[in-house]
Design a binder for this molecule. Structure first.
Ligand SMILES: [Zn+2]
Length: 148
């Protein structure tokens, strides 16, 4: 039997001017939305993929990076995005899978380098964009974001 669902959230026809690029890991989705709201962006476009901002870094293969860069540019230009936040997270399965045997500290260093590289790539392609980078870690029962 088909059913219908109506959201409590009202539709806003205006496009948000912010974009969050982060990992698909659903344990952090609500916390990321909360961070963006805290930063003054009540609504946001999202680009979520395993590894998140890693896919915009030159350390990623050209083919993977190209597709994600095009998707990001489509949103930035088409939706007139002015503000981007790139978020990496502690214990990311994408990095553990890609660099088996590396310690947590080594992976974190890679992630921070990828965040910087992804920010530089976006700033080069879109000079008017404001890009910020955040590293997310679990802090007890909460999620902590540190700007880098
Ligand atoms: Zn992840």
């Amino acid at each position: 039997m088909p059913s219908t669902f109506l959201s409590k959230t009202l539709y806003d026809p205006a496009h948000p001017d912010s974009l969050a690029v982060y990992c698909s890991d659903g344990r952090f989705t609500r916390a990321v939305e909360e961070l963006l709201s805290h930063l003054g962006h009540a609504a946001l476009d999202t680009l979520t993929l395993p590894g998140g901002p890693a896919l915009l870094s030159p350390s990623t293969s050209y083919a993977d990076r190209e597709a994600v860069s095009r998707a990001a540019s489509f949103l930035i230009v088409g939706h007139q995005i002015r503000y981007v936040v790139l978020i990496a997270h502690e214990g990311c399965g994408y990095y553990r899978d890609r660099y088996p045997g590396e310690s947590g500290a080594e992976l974190e260093a890679r992630q921070l380098a990828d965040l910087r590289a992804a920010r530089q790539a976006l700033e080069l392609s879109h000079p008017k964009l404001e890009v910020r980078t955040q590293y997310l870690r679990v802090a007890g029962k909460q999620v902590q974001f540190d700007e880098h």
